[in-house]
Design a binder for this molecule. Structure first.
Ligand SMILES: *[C@@H]1O[C@H](CO)[C@@H](O)[C@H](O)[C@H]1NC(C)=O
Ligand SMILES: *[C@@H]1O[C@H](CO)[C@@H](O)[C@H](O)[C@H]1NC(C)=O
Ligand SMILES: *[C@@H]1O[C@H](CO)[C@@H](O)[C@H](O)[C@H]1NC(C)=O
Ligand SMILES: *[C@H]1O[C@H](CO)[C@@H](O)[C@H](O)[C@H]1NC(C)=O
Length: 596
């Protein structure tokens, strides 16, 4: 009896211990498989891209600077100068707002401003002061001179910083389209001058006071010459900003015939990794992609054309690779506008599984002035047709449709082809449509005689409801897409194509925080099959999508906050104030050297 009771007592403990161990091990496995997302069992190129991109993200995070001294040192080693006066207050401003400070995040500022070191400071000031609308800062007060769309919003942003800023003039591009192209040779000469002017001024010779602009006598105003649609095409103006040996410098492709597309249509293969976007910077560079001249409304026929080849510091929210504007966060991101963000606090809830398993897109047929002769090149039209089951079925006969060509299914190793069920994949996993066809010429009717046969006019959907979908497509309109920041901050996953650069590009990494797509959209079916599976034997990657959506959201909440826009603009304007100051070669922050 004794023995038996002892052993049954032992047995109970053993059973309990085994159960606990199993439970623990099982939880570990679950945790592990969730973290590692089961990549190991298969080798899809998208897995490689995701793995590499996450490594890149980790190394970016490792570069975070936590102290003023470290930030100043990084600055000196990377920029070859002392930081500008006010750097300590700027760093304090950033730290007190819990910002992630990584020097890479500010590379764009230097890229954009460096050419202006090529002018005498007085000349920079003259060029800036001749333009309206502009924001003027004098004695720590910012005001608007002239007016234009969104300029009040930008003024509002600068006003939050005015007490820290030197005197300056900030010409503002208030148009949708980017507008300045300094020809390649000229911009190189200017950048060479910046390079030559670098150096660390001796500590006891540096100056920490910016000059005042208040008493400056007016110089003869600078009048940049703007070219319009009658002067030449946008492409002709834009390609002057490309390197002499770049593919686009001497390329002219008036239109793409999708029945026999030009060789350049295959650039996505040369630039990509097994058909998917590898280097986002190159993917969106029109100098490397001559085919874009016939595949994007910006080059086909923009709504307005007003381009200058004259250099002056023009600030704007987005630009093409060959443009020379100085980037600032787009006003739409600073403004709290329901059209673009569905409210600051509405991001779609945390229940991923409750969302619809589809690609969602709603919008108007913008991109430029689409016309009967050239709508087939417009990006929004092209993607919507490629996601339209009926159009794809029609295209499968001959591989092409009025405005797209199907990718080589074998190249993409698409199982959907075997089953002939790409149309079913589209049927099951897309919800896209135009709310207005924006015909030209048009009379405000959402319908359009030449595009009606290809697109149904679909009811719009408020941003709030769009977050009920797992995947949000994001496409350029007349220029960059103003919804992007909200998409990143949502619990849905942005699937993005753009040729426009923005202030935040070095912060938001493709394949970590969003899914990049090529502007030809040839990768779209491969991406769909990767996420959704083929409806038969191939499984999708829903958990990968969820991780990316939530990583993107968490990261956007750390580096794309309104505070982060202030920090970027604050630093930008110190740099700008210095380069337009007569004593710019002596101006610098060296306090850390005295403290040593
Ligand atoms: C992408 O291409 C750009 C321009 O050619 C290059 O400077 C950059 O290093 C590349 N980035 C990566 C991650 O390879
Ligand atoms: C589409 O949905 C149907 C019905 O749920 C399913 O049988 C089919 O496998 C799906 N096909 C694809 C390609 O997703
Ligand atoms: C899909 O394409 C067909 C023509 O191929 C067109 O009739 C239909 O309206 C399109 N659907 C949508 C939602 O645009
Ligand atoms: C588009 O059509 C307009 C008007 O016919 C024409 O001026 C323009 O050159 C065309 N652009 C392209 C790229 O076909």
């Amino acid at each position: 009896m004794r023995l038996r009771s002892l052993s049954s007592f032992n047995l109970r403990w053993v059973v309990l211990a085994v159960t606990a161990t199993l439970f623990f091990a099982f939880s570990l496995i679950r945790l592990y498989s969730h973290r590692s997302l089961n990549y190991h069992n298969e080798n899809h190129p998208i897995n490689d891209l995701i793995t590499n991109a996450n490594a890149q993200w980790r190394s970016l995070l490792e570069q975070e600077t936590h102290t003023l001294a470290a930030a100043a040192d990084q600055y000196r080693s990377r920029r070859g100068r002392h930081p500008p006066p006010g750097f300590a207050e700027w760093f304090e401003f950033a730290k007190s707002r819990n910002a992630v400070v990584v020097e890479d995040f500010f590379d764009q500022i230097h890229h954009d401003l460096n050419p202006f070191w090529g002018f005498e400071p007085r000349e920079v000031r003259r060029r800036a002061r001749g333009y309206e609308p502009r924001i003027e800062v004098r004695n720590h007060k910012a005001k608007l001179v002239g007016d234009g769309v969104w300029t009040d919003t930008w003024l509002d942003l600068v006003k939050t910083l005015e007490k820290y800023l030197p005197d300056l003039d900030m010409p503002i591009n208030h148009m949708d389209e980017s507008r300045m192209v300094i020809p390649w040779g000229a911009v190189n000469t200017l950048i060479d001058k910046e390079q030559a002017s670098r150096g660390l001024t001796e500590t006891d010779k540096t100056v920490s006071e910016y000059m005042s602009h208040e008493k400056e006598v007016n110089q003869e105003p600078f009048e940049p010459r703007f070219l319009g649609p009658v002067d030449s095409s946008v492409w002709e103006m834009a390609r002057l900003g490309c390197a002499l040996d770049s593919p686009s410098r001497n390329s002219f492709i008036p239109q793409i015939d999708f029945a026999s597309p030009p060789l350049e249509m295959d650039n996505y293969i040369r630039l990509g990794y097994k058909g998917y976007v590898k280097n986002w910077t190159q993917t969106m560079d029109p100098c490397l992609r001559p085919e874009l001249q016939a595949l994007h409304g910006t080059f086909i026929e923009p709504v307005s054309v007003s381009t200058t080849h004259d250099a002056f510091p023009l600030f704007g929210g987005s630009k093409l690779t060959m443009n020379n504007e100085v980037l600032i966060p787009p006003a739409m991101y600073w403004a709290d506008n329901k059209l673009y963000n569905g409210g600051e606090n509405e991001h779609g809830g945390n229940d991923w599984d409750a969302k619809k398993d589809s690609f969602l897109w709603r919008g108007s047929a913008t991109g430029g002035r689409n016309k009967e002769e050239n709508w087939t090149g417009f990006q929004r039209h092209r993607l919507l047709s490629m996601l339209n089951r009926t159009s794809v079925e029609a295209a499968q006969q001959t591989r092409h449709f009025a405005n797209f060509i199907l990718p080589d299914y074998n190249y993409y190793n698409l199982a959907t082809r075997m089953e002939g069920n790409l149309p079913a994949l589209l049927e099951n996993h897309t919800d896209v449509g135009f709310v207005h066809l924006l015909c030209f010429p048009g009379d405000g009717d959402p319908h359009c005689p030449y595009t009606d046969p290809y697109f149904a006019v679909t009811p719009g959907m408020p941003m709030k409801e769009q977050y009920n979908f797992k995947y949000l497509l994001d496409l350029d309109g007349n220029s960059f897409s103003g919804r992007y920041r909200s998409f990143l901050r949502s619990t849905s996953l942005p699937i993005k194509s753009t040729i426009y650069k923005e202030w935040h590009d070095s912060r938001i990494l493709p394949w970590v925080h969003f899914v990049p797509i090529d502007p030809t959209f040839m990768d779209i079916y491969g991406i769909m099959e990767y996420f959704f599976g083929d409806g038969r034997e191939r499984k999708g990657h829903d958990s990968v999508a969820r991780k990316m959506a939530f990583d993107g959201k968490a990261w956007a909440e750390r580096v794309l906050r309104r505070e982060d826009m202030q920090i970027y603009v604050y630093r930008l304007l110190l740099e700008y104030g210095r380069l337009s100051d007569d004593r710019r070669d002596l101006l610098g922050y060296v306090q850390d050297h005295f403290d040593e």
